[in-house]
Design a protein around this ligand. Structure first.
Ligand code: F0G
Length: 459
């Protein structure tokens, strides 16, 4: 049964026009962009589900806060307003603003990671992975096995495998692990939450080994809401209380504020250790800016200070998680398989199952992304072989990811039920002609992060 679409807990004060260009125009735009949705113009999109990062709608309170922005270089009022909110929500001793999440990751990795060292997590997001590698470090993903099965309905599929973590530390030694992480929710694994029980166990293992524990908190509020809904003992706690409990387990956090702080730009780095804070601060001054603005304008800090509270609002979270569940249910009813259970920020469509006739080296999720744009001017993002297949230098063979997914990320407070119904209807139309859809081949592919700039032609 389709869950009821939750009425939006807001009304609309400002609108931005969107327009569906004609089928011929869409076909021409696809061709011009080499069938890469990253190379297309936002103007040519009708419903843009490329990412939920920085694409949400700010509230009237946030826009009012923007006008209060204090643009002083040092010690701005905006900084202190953000500091009050960050201290209240996360409770760490120190904090630094950064221009986005990857900037916080860069600064942390620059100061802590030495060549050859390991940083474990449930699953690192690709920027975290890349920032560790950029320092010649080695990221490791130790999520539970259930995470790799798209049908498995484990309620906390983002959990770390504690036995794997213990064995990992025993194998490489605590000296080779400058810090450990966990991502909440686990974006790379489908926006799946981590339970409080698991967070406690992870914190215990790290701390017993003297390893500092950092949380990638991009979607922490969605994770805390899932804990409230799914984990026994948390039903009566507020999401803010759950968040306090979560962050009290850690030594620090990085955050892309473009997600659960509902801003268009911004990030955070928080921690307790005094000496480490001094070192991070010096690196921040070099890379981002003075510690009271960290690469942002004063007005951005103010928007974040307000957005942090709005992201924790439980009416908002019930609507947000309900909206994602609604889209997934509509798709499933139309016979479109999606990763189960539905995550927080988006729906991950199993393209490999829709196009079983397209082998992974002809990119089924890429084909689905193109088809979705062709059908309805909708943009998703390929999370499959275009993004992750790699040539192993040892055996000179291509290794393909287990799943070929198309992620439909839902920007916060931006689209309504009718937009999502439209998306589901477009998928139904694609399904009815699925066996006629063909794969793609590269006409250009860079060596690294090739999904961003590659070009394709249809087979
Ligand atoms: N961590 C997670 C879990 C993320 O999802 C992202 C970004 C980052 C860190 C990096 O933050 O973009 O502010 O530098 N995810 C976006 C996405 C890009 O589309 O999922 P950033």
């Amino acid at each position: 049964m389709t869950p009821i679409y939750p009425p939006e807990p807001f009304r609309i004060k400002v609108v931005e026009s969107i327009h569906l260009i004609s089928r011929e125009e869409r076909e021409a735009a696809l061709k011009e962009a080499g069938y890469n949705l990253f190379l297309m113009k936002a103007e040519d999109m009708f419903v843009d589900l490329l990412t939920d990062s920085g694409t949400g709608a700010m509230s009237s309170e946030q826009w009012a806060a923007i006008m209060r922005g204090d643009e002083s270089y040092a010690g701005a009022r905006s900084y202190y307003r953000l500091k009050n909110a960050v201290d209240d929500v996360f409770g760490f001793k120190h904090f630094l603003p950064t221009h986005q999440g990857r900037a916080a990751e860069n600064i942390l990795a620059a100061v802590l990671v030495k060549p050859g060292q390991w940083v474990p997590s449930n699953m690192h997001f690709d920027t975290t992975d890349a920032n560790i590698r950029a320092r010649q470090g080695r990221p490791a993903n130790l999520v539970i096995d259930e995470a790799h099965d798209p049908e498995n309905r484990h309620p906390f599929k983002g959990n770390m495998d504690i036995a794997k973590l213990k064995a990992f530390i025993a194998k490489y030694g605590r000296e080779q692990i400058p810090f450990g992480m966990i991502t909440v929710t686990n974006n790379a694994g489908g926006g799946q939450p981590v339970s409080m029980e698991n967070l406690k166990a992870v914190a215990d293992v790290y701390h017993q080994n003297g390893i500092p524990f950092f949380i990638d908190a991009a979607r922490y509020a969605e994770n805390c809401f899932f804990i409230k809904q799914r984990e026994p003992g948390f039903e009566l706690k507020s999401v803010k209380e759950i968040a306090h409990e979560m962050f009290s387990l850690a030594d620090g956090m990085t955050m892309s504020a473009k997600k659960d702080a509902i801003v268009n730009i911004g990030g955070l780095l928080c921690l307790n250790d005094d000496t480490l804070f001094q070192n991070l601060k010096n690196e921040l001054i070099l890379r981002e800016g003075f510690p009271t603005y960290g690469g942002l304008a004063g007005r951005d800090l103010d928007a974040m200070a307000v957005g942090l509270y709005e992201g924790l609002d439980e009416d908002y979270l019930a609507y947000r998680i309900g909206q994602t569940a609604y889209l997934a249910a509509r798709l499933n009813e139309a016979g479109i398989p999606t990763l189960q259970p539905t995550g927080g920020h988006g729906v991950y469509v199993n393209a490999g199952a829709i196009f079983p006739h397209i082998p992974n080296y002809e990119f089924p999720a890429q084909a689905l992304g193109v088809e979705l744009y062709r059908e309805g001017g909708i943009r998703g993002v390929e999370i499959g072989s275009v993004m992750f297949a790699c040539l192993d230098p040892q055996d000179n063979k291509w290794h393909y990811p287990a799943l070929e997914l198309l992620r439909l990320a839902i920007p916060r407070r931006t689209y309504t039920q009718s937009h999502l119904d439209y998306v589901a209807d477009c998928f139904a139309a694609i399904k009815s002609r699925a066996n006629t859809v063909k794969g793609y081949r590269f006409t250009y592919a860079p060596e690294l992060l090739r999904h961003f700039t590659a070009r394709f032609e249809p087979l």
